[in-house]
Every structure is written in C-alpha cells, then in structure tokens.
Design a protein around this ligand. Structure first.
Ligand SMILES: [Zn+2]
Length: 282
C-alpha cells in the first residue's frame, strides 16, 4: 500500500516537474514580440536545424544541381532577411533548392534552414511569388514554431540537453543519440497547425513588403497552389501547411488593411528577372 503511495507520489512529482518545465520557460520573441514557451535556445535550434538539414536534402533527391539557381534562391531569401524586421533575429539563414520534381512544397527547419522543391519553383512565374514562399518559411523560423512544437510535446527539455551534448565534444550516450534522432525526425516531418500557418502568413506578408516585394505575389502563389489542389494530385504544401481557402481571404484582408488605397507601384513583382534566370534553367 505504502509503495503504491510512493509510486503515485513520484509520478505526481514528475507530472508537476513536467508542467513547471513547460510553463516555466517563457521568453519574449524579439521579432514577433510574442511570449513563448520553449526550452531550446536559439543556438540549440541552429544546431538541431543543421543536424536535420542533410536528412531533408536526402529525402528530396538532393540539391538541385545548378549553382546559378541556388544563388538566386539565396539572393531572394537574403533580401527578405536583411531588409525586413527579420534582420533583428540572430539566425544564420540558408536557402536551398531541392531537386525533387514531384513534391510541390517548401519547408523550414529551426535555426534558419529554408528549402523549396524544384516542383514548387516550376509553378511560379515571378520573384514576388518566390519571395512569398520564402517569406512565409522565414516566418516559421523567427516565430520559432519548431521549438514551440517540441515544447508542446514535452520534448523540449530532453532535446535541449541532447542538442547541447551533440554540439559539444563530449561523447553522446545511446539515450541522447536516440533523443536527438527523434527530434530530427519530428522536425523533418513537422506539420504546422492552423494558428502557426496564419501567423506565418501574416509575418511573411510583412517581411516581403518590408523587403520591397509586391504582396500580390503571395496571393498569386496561394491561388496557383489552390488551383493545383483541385487537381488529381494536390500539392503537398497543403498537407504540411493546412487550410488554403481561408488563408487566401485572410492574406487579402491584411494587404487591404495595410494599403487601403492600393498597393504602391514601387513594390516589385520581378517577372522579367525571374523568367530570365529560372525560365531557362528549370
Ligand atoms: Zn507554413
């Protein structure tokens, strides 16, 4: 009887410890201003993202073998990062074009690794549309949706420890290796919730406008994907980034609120440049 009580007591202590761990780590996000519950530090997110990067690249048939296209993706991505509020974040962003010609999708890993597939790029026809994709993915990074996801699953503390060990020279135990593998797996297969998507849409629109891109690009992107969604093989983008219809109207409302008198002409669409660089290479 008393053993049972001790066991229950220990169980209860662990539960309380878990709750304190979850609710105890509240930090303010420097870009979104939001109060967040995450256990991973930005440095640990960067390590986790780097550890997951190769798996992501492997899964999508490797990198697209064209340095000019890779450089272009990086240039557009970096313009968003450097010329918007994202510049306040400390994440070292990197942008990759994946060779996958079938999966229409884009991804972000914690810490600044951003990817899009050749299949998605081939459906676009302007730089503003590309900026729309990359701005949205960058938003997932700065809003720390991956770290939030791990915290919600009560995995944050364990992973935080495993990542620290992985980043140091000390040898990893089998348990830590397993935890890290689990975290990498979670990040590679991450499906965001509706709220995360809406937040990334909102931030992505803001970032692309700050970087001088016409937000019509993100509307066009959503419409292209939505049209494809009605076809025989819907784009995977919507399985990892849910709820297209509702998102389009919400994005439109954000743009109209920001520019009640119409979108300023100086904001760039970049159709010619896009066609010149991407058109002949994909
Ligand atoms: Zn998303």
């Amino acid at each position: 009887m008393s053993r049972l009580i001790i066991r229950l007591g220990i169980g209860l202590l662990f539960a309380i410890f878990g709750l304190i761990n979850y609710f105890g780590h509240v930090t303010e996000n420097p870009v979104t201003g939001e109060q967040q519950r995450v256990q991973l530090s930005p440095k640990q997110e960067i390590v986790l993202g780097r550890q997951s990067r190769d798996r992501m690249i492997e899964r999508h048939n490797g990198l697209y073998p064209d340095p000019i296209l890779q450089a272009y993706i990086n240039r557009v991505g970096n313009r968003i990062v450097k010329k918007s509020t994202v510049s306040y974040s400390t994440y070292p962003f990197q942008f990759y074009l994946l060779q996958d010609k079938r999966t229409v999708n884009a991804f972000a890993l914690p810490g600044g690794q951003v990817f899009l597939t050749a299949a998605l790029l081939s459906r676009l026809n302007s730089e503003a549309q590309l900026a729309g994709v990359l701005g949205h993915e960058v938003a997932h990074v700065v809003a720390r949706h991956g770290a939030e996801h791990l915290a919600k699953q009560q995995l944050g503390a364990a992973i935080s420890h495993a990542v620290t060990i992985a980043a140091s020279d000390s040898s990893e135990s089998a348990r830590q290796t397993a935890i890290l593998a689990r975290a990498i797996n979670q990040m590679i297969n991450l499906k965001y919730g509706r709220q995360d998507e809406l937040e990334s849409d909102r931030l992505g629109v803001r970032f692309m406008i700050e970087a001088g891109y016409n937000p019509r690009g993100i509307m066009e992107l959503m419409k292209i994907l939505d049209a494809a969604n009605k076809g025989a093989k819907p784009p995977e983008f919507f399985s990892t980034h849910p709820d297209p219809g509702n998102r389009i109207s919400k994005i439109l409302a954000i743009i109209q609120q920001k520019f009640p008198n119409g979108i300023p002409k100086k904001l760039e669409i970049g159709k010619t440049r896009f066609r010149k660089i991407v058109g002949s290479r994909l």
